[in-house]
Design a protein around this ligand. Sequence first.
Ligand code: PMP
Length: 444
Amino acid sequence: MTREHLIKPLLTAHYPTIAYGKGVFLYDSEGKSYLDASSGAVTAGIGHGVQEIIDAMLAQAQKVSFVYRSQFTSEPAEQLAKRLSDLAPGHDYWSFFVNSGSEATETAMKIAIQYWQEQGVRGKTKVISRRMSYHGITLGALSMSGHVARRRRFIPLLEELPLVAPPYCYRCPFHLEASSCGMACADDLETVIKRIGAEHIAAFIAEPIIGAAGGAVVPPDGYYQQIKAICERHGILMIADEVMTGIARTGAMFGMEHWGVEPDLIALGKGLSAGYTPIAATLAKDHVMEPILAGSKIVMSGHTFSANPQSAAVSLAVLDYIEGRQLAKAAEEKGRCLLQALERVAEGCPIIGDVRGKGLLLGLELVADRAAKTPFAPAVGLTQRLVERAMAKGLLIYPAAGGVEGAGDAVIIAPPLVITNEEIDLLASRLEEAVHEVMEEVMG
Ligand code: PMP
């Protein structure tokens, strides 16, 4: 065998070589096509090979691709910041551009801490998150993440941050019924704040809909309103990690719109450029920036590629495309069709324990016994089996297992927002076949 040089996710696995993409399909170098039902990592929101984005890319590249933000600002970066402020819940946000979701959440954490420091409050340095959560892979972002499998090796390096119960109704952490639970999961935040002392806590961070660590877990209505009230009562900033949910994915431009909550800080990534170029952003409300503007006047963070005009121009073109075609609305409508299709698939597949999600961020939880909600033993590797089987059938889905101790296998189904009804049917039929085959394999 010839020597390899590229470090791939699983070093020993064989990955097909991508040739090109068009719409919701990807084609490998051997001519096999794949329906991209995960938009990669819930990223390629407008599908592949969109000419308008390619044109915008080229137009910006012909002017200038990179300038260092300590030397120049640029029209695309200024316009993108204004555009995001106009779109975000409650408006009045500043934007700090970065290159990945991990950088966006970590920057949000730093801005939250700096916000308190600029006011002379030095002890508020902890960020609370939830046990079922994923906020990124860098050490600060991973410290805020509950994701068990991704943390394990690095625990000695991670900051010990408090974790609260997730709003995970399928397996309620308090063993309560959704109709009468009194939202014990939201109250858990207040319990933990009181135990640790609000004087140590800068912020609380949450994904509006839990993605990689749970598989499109939607909280009960009223949850975020209660969370926001608790944050306000105790003088704690609220960070919405909209890296996966943001930019029309859930049927609204921002996930938090579903609950009418205006976070103090928002992290964006993935769909912001729909994958055409790396860009992510941390949005901070005016009132968060005020003490920084009055104080040191510098957000103490940044990356070489931050706010580069090339990525900002691409992101503007992606927003034009999404708004011009009303893709938030499309996500809601197509999401409803896809949810129904998945529910139909689940009828004949007892290993599908739960079908959930919002808009085109949907998830399946897979169980050995539907009535008892018994998870498969981790050794079965069910999520990976299903992802691989689906891929063999020309269907890409996203694994969301290993996020939390005791929870089962899960996958995310999140196709580009431009998916058609015929493509939804194809998705459902390939998925049904894959689930049936895996079911036969593991259940006999
Ligand atoms: N936050 C959330 C909610 C995510 O889903 C992800 C990526 N799966 C991240 C942060 C990290 O983003 P990135 O991989 O771009 O660093």
